[in-house]
Design a protein around this ligand. Structure first.
Ligand code: PMP
Length: 288
């Protein structure tokens, strides 16, 4: 495996960063999870745009242009001879001193790992996931805005721990007002009476690239889509529920807090959108 760090490739064993890097010391940095299907990188430009927005928000000055970064990602996937890949793009604040001040750090470090990922066991894609809501609330936007895809994922990790403790693979996180926000690494959708519903960005969520794509696909099919406030009650009483994310793709949810959702099986809208998504990712994207 060849891992990219600041323009050079290293073996997995040699791909290391300084213990003075503020990415390690403070979780100070940003990242993206990107995917390639059949030799095409899906929504590369959108991921790069989101990364630069996250970087701008935390006043991290990207050391290379967007075009150059896209070239470097393609070069890394190629160097690893991968057609299907999960690409982890990480930008750390760089090497600094002890102490929070990010302005004492040198150049941001760019790391690109092209590998594989299996987020949930395969069987759940066919029979659906069981999930729980957890006590850990999603970060409020006025503290750390969930739209920043930052290296500090403790908020989500705490929720993931609660999911694991409950014996399930994923958690639904509520915001500080008790409304449904998103899952630890995925956005959430429900279908009710034929309408596809998902929480709006102002509920305090990451603007998922898969989420945007599913909204677009659904509208193409003539399905009504509403970005609307959702409560646990709405999820319990949904006809269908599913999660979206680059790593997760689309995964059905059939049980929430021990309430069976809909028929307890992946629903028709979920299956239709899943098929359309799988067809799309193989057709579009930047060729490697
Ligand atoms: N929410 C969170 C908290 C995430 O970390 C992610 C990405 N893993 C998503 C949603 C889904 O975003 P995307 O579709 O862009 O991968």
């Amino acid at each position: 495996m060849k891992i990219y760090i600041n323009g050079k490739f290293y073996s997995k064993a040699d791909a290391v960063v300084s213990v003075y890097d503020h990415g390690l010391l403070y979780g100070d940095g940003v990242f993206e999870g990107i995917r390639a299907y059949g030799g095409r990188i899906f929504k590369l430009r959108e991921h790069i745009d989101r990364l630069y927005e996250s970087a701008k928000s935390i006043m991290l000055k990207m050391p290379i242009t967007k075009n150059k970064l896209m070239e470097e990602i393609i070069r890394t996937v190629r160097a690893n001879g991968l057609k299907d890949a999960y690409i982890r793009l990480v930008v750390t604040r760089g090497i600094g001193k002890l102490g929070l001040n990010p302005f004492h750090c040198g150049k941001p470090q760019i790391i690109i790992i092209a590998d594989k990922i299996v987020l949930y066991p395969k069987a759940f894609y066919e029979k659906g996931l069981s999930v729980v809501t957890v006590p850990t609330q999603r970060n409020i936007a006025e503290a750390v805005n969930p739209r920043i895809k930052s290296l500090n994922y403790l908020n989500n990790i705490l929720a993931k721990i609660e999911a694991c403790n409950a014996g399930v693979h994923e958690a639904i996180m509520l915001n500080a007002s008790g409304y449904v926000a998103e899952c630890t690494g995925d956005n959430i959708f429900i279908v009710k009476k034929g309408v596809l519903k998902t929480p709006p960005l102002y509920m305090g969520i990451l603007e998922g690239i898969t989420r945007d794509e599913i909204i677009r696909l659904a509208r193409q099919f003539g399905i009504e889509v509403m970005e609307t406030i959702l409560t646990r009650h709405d999820i319990f009483n949904a006809d269908e529920c599913f999660l979206t994310g680059t790593a997760a793709e689309l995964i059905p949810v059939v049980k929430v807090d021990e309430r069976v959702v809909g028929t307890g099986k992946p629903g028709a809208v979920t299956r239709k959108l899943t098929a359309a998504f799988h067809e799309l990712v193989r057709r579009v994207g930047v060729a490697v």
